[in-house]
Design a protein around this ligand. Structure first.
Ligand code: UGA
Length: 351
């Protein structure tokens, strides 16, 4: 990863953004410019060589953003609301941020002929019936309009199609990446996940350690393929590196098809693991697991994805990438961070 590059990350303080900043600073010699409205998750990057951070609002600081795009080699617009409860509660906010702010960045990349790596989503496959979801052959199956959950998926799909069209007709150099349930220490805020407004892993950890019951939506039968953030970073670094143009004009699922578990299994595994941390064993022993209907938990506008297994043959063949981390290890590293004050990222950087 030693060819010099100027990378621009918008939304650097999110889960993927903050992990990517750290990976770039520790594993490459690339220059990194990062932008976000907050900096809590990138504290350990601030002040590092090759790192410039600006705090701001992506909807207002458009002149600054355009000037940075002009100076960069590759742009990652990671700003988005990505929690299902908000798709249902505030779809207009999701539209304004996820669509409007990103479409303007995409157009700037076209104007200045800059490479863009766009975070699509596993959600674009929706309720696809294939046994595993393929970037080039699977249908993208969404529910009816009153099921507002799909606004996020639909926005990302339209942006995918727009980027693809700019690539095919106006020469935009792009890669579309589809994260499949990335998990890890900095996913959401465990201390304050706001019931129903955080992704499932963070919500469950919070509930266990605070004596609240775990709520299994529709019995927790939905399945997800969980991907540890470091495996995902290995893949993203290869995509940014783009050796011999291997990622240009491509779509990649980034996921772990071997870690397909039901939400109920996830809950049970977590309770068992939390019980092994001194100080939390009692809480884990007393936790109640309750069933709740999706209508009561999220509201009428919700519809679930029954299962979501990525095909990763494309990433294996073109990038030589494969995920390595099993779910138990991923959960332990996440719990070590929240319950034992151990940050494996900092520890490995010091070693
Ligand atoms: C997520 C989000 O849409 C995005 O972050 C992202 O694009 C995508 O998945 C991804 O990471 O690939 P989803 O997997 O449905 O969607 O998000 P979660 O909130 O983590 O929910 C997973 C499952 O757990 C759902 O079946 C949900 O109903 C269930 N759940 C959630 C519970 O049973 N209990 C809870 O307290 C919370």
């Amino acid at each position: 990863m030693n060819t010099s590059k100027n990378v621009l990350i918008l939304g650097a303080n999110g889960f993927i953004g903050s992990s990517l900043c750290w990976a770039i600073l520790n594993r490459t010699n690339w220059n990194l410019t990062a932008f976000d409205m907050a900096d809590g998750k990138i504290q350990h990057c601030l002040g590092r060589d090759r790192f410039v951070f600006k705090k701001g609002d992506v909807t207002k600081d458009t002149d600054w953003i355009e000037a940075q795009i002009e100076k960069s080699d590759v742009v990652l617009p990671l700003v988005a609301i990505a929690t299902p409860a908000l798709y249902v509660k505030d779809p207009i906010r999701v539209y304004n941020l996820d669509y409007e702010s990103n479409v303007s960045v995409i157009k700037m990349c076209v104007k200045h002929k800059k490479r863009i790596i766009f975070p699509s989503t596993s959600e674009v496959y929706g309720m696809c019936q294939d046994s595993s979801f393929d970037e080039y052959s699977s249908n993208l199956t969404l529910g009816p309009i009153p099921k507002e959950r799909w606004i996020y998926s639909c926005i990302k799909q339209l942006l995918d199609r727009l980027i693809w069209a700019y690539g095919a007709h106006e020469g935009l150099d792009f890669t579309l990446v589809r994260p499949f349930n990335f998990i890890g220490p900095k996913l959401d805020d465990v201390k304050n996940p706001k019931e129903g407004s955080s992704r499932v892993l963070t919500q469950f950890i919070h509930n266990i350690i605070n004596g609240k019951s775990i709520k299994l939506v529709d019995g927790g039968k939905a399945r997800r393929s969980f991907t540890f953030i470091d495996d995902a970073m290995d893949c993203l670094l290869k995509i940014i590196e783009n050796k011999n143009g291997c990622a240009s004009g491509q779509i990649f699922n980034i996921g772990n098809p071997y870690m397909d578990f039901s939400i109920k299994q996830l809950a049970e595994m977590l309770v068992e693991l939390v019980a092994t941390y001194p100080g939390y064993a009692e809480a884990a022993k007393n936790v109640k697991i309750e069933d709740v209907s999706s209508k009561d938990y999220y509201g009428e506008g919700y519809q679930d994805v029954a299962y979501r297994i990525p095909s990763i043959k494309h990433a294996e063949e073109l990038l030589g990438w494969k995920p390595k981390t099993d779910l138990k290890t991923a959960l332990k590293l996440t719990l070590d961070y929240h319950l034992a004050g151990k940050d494996y990222e900092l520890e490995s950087a010091r070693a």
